[in-house]
Design a protein around this ligand. Structure first.
Ligand code: BG6
Ligand code: MG
Length: 226
């Protein structure tokens, strides 16, 4: 029986990828190259510093083209722009179906957690006014290892209560690294988005619009009996 539902934030609750993209593209432009939306796909679920490494690689800058100090400065600049964009977000940007799905989960007595790599989780939850819908929140400031390491999800489970087994938890994720993290933690996983990218998930749904908690629970109990 599933007792806890753990949600990734970026790409699951809200589409922040477009704001990350605007900020990374601005940095690339300053460095003199174009960063495309297809390149941006590679940054989903990836930490800020790892994202910068990918961006520099796309720009043709080798691993040692910049000092660590300069890279920290570039990441800080990107984040400043990103925070400027997300500080204007409104609750209208919560992805379709998310609110009613969360309400159903809570009404079913299932505990809820948010587990995100983002260090900006607090700002986004406040802008969207949904902090209260989660029993616990674990963000990028609270973990030392990034997805695909399961640390963020295991921490969610332990904060939800020491009595939870990983097999009683389901993780909702839009990034392959996040699905891998859930699996590494021994939890069920539901992919949100493209089944070709999320093929390691127990199953994939396009989003929460028109999806009920009971349907998810049923599909997971079938999985458990396979
Ligand atoms: C993840 C996003 O949730 O958070 C990544 O999918 C992002 O694209 C990462 O790089 C870190 O976010 P932030 O807000 O700490 O820069
Ligand atoms: Mg995500």
């Amino acid at each position: 029986m599933i007792c806890a539902a753990i949600f990734d934030m970026d790409g699951v609750i809200v589409d922040t990828a477009k704001y990350h993209y605007q900020a990374w593209r601005r940095l690339a432009a300053e460095l003199g190259f174009e960063f495309t939306e297809a390149d941006n796909e590679r940054l989903k679920g990836v930490s800020r510093m790892q994202s910068l490494e990918i961006l520099l690689e796309v720009g043709g800058f080798g691993g040692s083209a910049f000092t660590e100090g300069r890279k920290e400065e570039m990441a800080a600049q990107k984040n400043e722009w990103y925070v400027e964009y997300i500080s204007r977000m409104t609750p209208d940007e919560i992805l379709p179906g998310v609110l009613s799905f969360l309400e159903q989960v809570r009404a079913a007595g299932v505990r809820t957690a948010l587990g995100s790599a983002s260090r900006n989780t607090g700002i986004i939850l406040d802008r969207l006014k949904i902090r209260d819908l989660f029993d616990t929140v674990v963000d990028g400031t609270m973990v030392t290892r990034t997805k695909p390491d399961p640390e963020v999800f295991l921490k969610c489970a332990s904060l939800l209560g020491g009595d939870l087994f990983p097999t009683q938890c389901v993780v909702f994720e839009d990034a392959a690294a996040g699905i891998e993290a859930a699996r590494a933690g021994g939890m069920y996983s539901v992919g949100i988005g493209n089944p070709d990218i999320l093929r390691e998930a127990d199953f994939v749904i396009p989003g929460f619009a028109g999806i009920s908690w009971w349907e998810i629970e049923k599909r997971l109990s079938i999985k458990a009996n396979e």
